[in-house]
Design a protein around this ligand. Structure first.
Ligand code: AMP
Ligand code: MG
Length: 354
């Protein structure tokens, strides 16, 4: 999570910022103010309502600090991080971890259980095998034997947490929290800042967004959902109620090309192979950590198998974009009630039966 930010981070921020302009009216009305910085391999921005310019630096400082703390503990790009210690002690001994690391691991295991292992924080050996999260891009497709070998080191039941220590029971197991850590960091930053700015704030860490209050009096925050096929276009606009979070998992975010075919960075732990067939999944929830974990999980599960999980989470909604052109958009009722499709896709939006 500590890398040079990629362009996709800027694009995601652009999509949100473009929608913000819509929200604020932009015309003669003063726009919200924001501060942006590089964090966790992408970009983070904090937005406060118009007229808050004087308070922005202190609030951004709080967000920066807490997000850095999460990164320092959970990154797998630094061998000295707490998570790297847990990984390198796999099969040998438990490691003492901070509350932040323990909480993230507990949450990750909970979402793994809830999604039948579609979200799996121990997917690290497979992620690396396919050339992501520090793995080397393979010249040829990994063989079935290599996939099977990596899969033997995958499974969220390999994680045990007792008191303040975490242990991976199989040697070579590797926890990768890239699918949940940004959402966790957004919630921590949000919770710290909202006490001082209950009237309005928005935190956006690489498209993991949480909003509180209003963009300006009488105007709620609005967030654009990016078209996975057209980086500069949005599929529509989400109206964000107080405390609401949204996250998107997309096939455009990170990918490798092997033998001329592109493979996306989200791996189906059940097959050991990158997910195909899905271009983007956006989830709304009342917590950024949940939106983050579930957007990754639903990308793996696909529309049909995500619906039973969604049925047990009435506060959540989802938008699915299959990997077919021209773009098609499928929405749950919970998502549709907050979403205004862009004119260019209006005829391509379908409501999913509950
Ligand atoms: P996101 O962009 O939030 O969907 O997270 C994608 C990242 O999560 C990848 O880059 C991997 O680090 C990790 N990941 C990939 N596949 C999975 C999976 N099935 N479950 C949990 N994390 C995953
Ligand atoms: Mg995620």
């Amino acid at each position: 999570m500590k890398r040079t930010p990629r362009r996709h981070g800027r694009r995601t921020a652009w999509a949100a910022a473009a929608a913000l302009c819509l929200a604020a009216g932009c015309g003669n009305e003063p726009a919200p103010v924001h501060s942006e910085w590089a964090a966790m391999g992408t970009f983070c921005s904090l937005h406060l309502p118009a007229g808050s310019a004087d308070e922005l630096p202190a609030a951004a400082g709080v967000a920066r600090e807490v997000i850095q703390q999460v990164n320092d503990r959970l990154t797998i790009y630094d061998t000295a991080s707490e998570l790297s210690r847990v990984n390198s002690s796999s099969g040998e001994r438990p490691e003492q971890v901070s509350d932040m690391t323990r909480d993230t691991l507990v949450l990750a295991c909970g979402y793994a259980q809830m999604t039948g292992g579609a979200f799996d924080p121990t997917v690290g050996p497979l992620v690396r095998l396919w050339g992501f999260s520090g793995g080397r891009t393979p010249q040829v497709l990994p063989s079935q034997a290599e996939i099977d070998e990596a899969r033997r080191r995958v499974g969220y039941e390999l994680i045990s947490i007792e008191g303040g220590s975490a242990f991976l029971s199989t040697r070579g197991a590797l926890v990768d929290l890239g699918g949940i850590a940004k959402g966790y960091a957004v919630d921590l930053a949000f919770d710290r800042i909202v006490k001082r700015h209950p009237m309005g704030l928005m935190v956006n860490l690489g498209g993991n967004i949480r909003c509180g209050g209003m963009a300006r009096p009488g105007k709620v925050w609005q967030v654009g959902v990016r078209d996975p096929f057209e980086p500069t276009e949005i599929l529509g606009t989400l109206t964000m109620t107080d405390g609401m979070a949204v996250a998107t998992s997309g096939h455009y975010e990170k990918f490798v090309t092997i033998d001329g075919t592109r493979y996306a960075h989200i791996i189906d732990p059940r097959t050991g192979r990158p997910v195909t067939g899905m271009a983007g999944v956006t989830v709304v929830s009342d917590r950024a950590v949940e939106a983050d974990a579930l957007s990754t999980a639903f990308f793996v599960l696909g529309m049909r198998d995500s619906l039973p999980v969604l049925a047990s989470l009435p506060h959540c909604g989802a938008l699915f974009v299959p990997d077919v052109r021209p773009v098609q958009v499928y929405l749950t009722a919970g998502f549709a009630q907050r979403f205004s499709p862009a004119a260019r896709v209006v005829g391509r939006v379908r409501l999913l039966a509950p």
